[in-house]
Design a protein around this ligand. Structure first.
Ligand code: ADP
Length: 303
């Protein structure tokens, strides 16, 4: 009797150890699968990125060759404005490269916690309104209507104005990129529950339901079939999410394929104890114009 219980105890202990060993192996397997998946995503990302670098570079080199040819055969006098067209193309593609490089630098900084924000009290309503206004001229070029809606005159919150501008530019340039002519974009800003709610809504191509959950993840571009006419590296939204979270805020997306998308940001309505700083945000038109051009540089129908 005593012997049986000892042997039962030993076999139970053995079983327990085997079970623990299996659990350990299962965990190791899961971890290596995760690593494999991550490295697959990174490889795909690098391949996609290389394409993103190559396309504008090829266009730049093509334009340079044509200009060289005109210079060599003596037809450089630009009566039919060909040179001007080539120069515009070159500028647009140089800006695309700049956007890509800026995005890579920023995402690296955000995820290695090297980016620090400069918080002051700013009127977030005027920041958002200014960005909408500066993008309106480009929306018109694409025949997309853009509306700004709010019942707030102003709302002072502690934020980094430069980064709010960046977040808005990114969401708006996506809305413009994925909305065809005749469509519309509505930007609204409200305040409730001690939070500022900013939404960017379009009635463009929308996003498939199964793709919605990966949209803010690093290294992902939702649909590769779009890369032909709607270029992009898929870094923009992960930068937006990183910057929103650095404001202790959150971002979410609702979308219906072929119907449109709505991105909503919530920012806490906290203020810093520095009343003299309120409303210091100024619109430096040249800077914003240049930023808008950089941000929109991968939208074919505009630049
Ligand atoms: P990208 O530089 O590729 O535009 P983002 O991270 O900004 O990178 O966006 C990732 C992907 O999310 C886009 O390639 C696109 O497929 C999808 N997307 C983002 N915004 C919209 C939108 N407003 N409408 C439809 N698709 C969108």
């Amino acid at each position: 009797m005593g012997d049986t219980s000892v042997s039962n105890f030993h076999s139970e202990e053995k079983l327990d150890n085997e079970f623990k060993e299996i659990e350990k192996l299962k965990k190791a397997l899961e971890e290596s699968q995760d690593k494999l998946e991550e490295s697959k995503i990174k490889t795909e990302f690098i391949a996609n990125l290389s394409h993103e670098f190559k396309t504008p570079l090829n266009i730049l080199m093509g334009a340079m060759q044509l200009i060289e040819m005109y210079a060599l055969n003596g037809s450089i006098i630009d009566t039919d404005k060909k040179l001007e067209k080539y120069m515009d193309t070159m500028k647009q593609n140089a800006l695309r490269l700049l956007k890509l490089i800026n995005n890579i630098i920023d995402i690296t900084k955000i995820y290695s916690s090297e980016l620090s924000l400069e918080f002051h009290n700013y009127d977030v309503v005027s920041i958002v309104k200014n960005v909408v206004q500066s993008i309106a001229v480009y929306a018109k070029l694409k025949s997309v209507n853009i509306h700004f809606k709010t019942e707030l005159n102003e709302r002072i919150i502690a934020c980094d104005a430069d980064k709010i501008e960046r977040i808005m530019l990114n969401l708006l340039s996506n809305a413009l990129k994925f909305t065809d002519g005749g469509g519309s974009i509505v930007v609204s800003i409200n305040s409730y529950d001690n939070k500022v709610h900013i939404s960017v809504e379009d009635n463009g191509i929308g996003i498939h339901e199964d793709k919605l959950k990966i949209i803010f993840k690093r290294f992902r571009q939702v649909d590769k079939s779009f890369t032909r006419n709607r270029e992009g590296s898929g870094i923009g939204l992960s930068i937006v999410k990183g910057l929103v979270e650095m404001h202790n805020g959150s971002i979410r997306v609702e979308s219906q394929y072929k119907k449109g998308s709505r991105f909503t940001i919530e920012l806490p309505e906290t203020v810093l104890d520095e009343t003299s700083q309120a409303g210091l945000y100024e619109l430096y038109e040249d800077r914003v114009r240049e930023r808008v051009r950089v941000e929109l540089s991968d939208i074919e129908d505009i630049c």
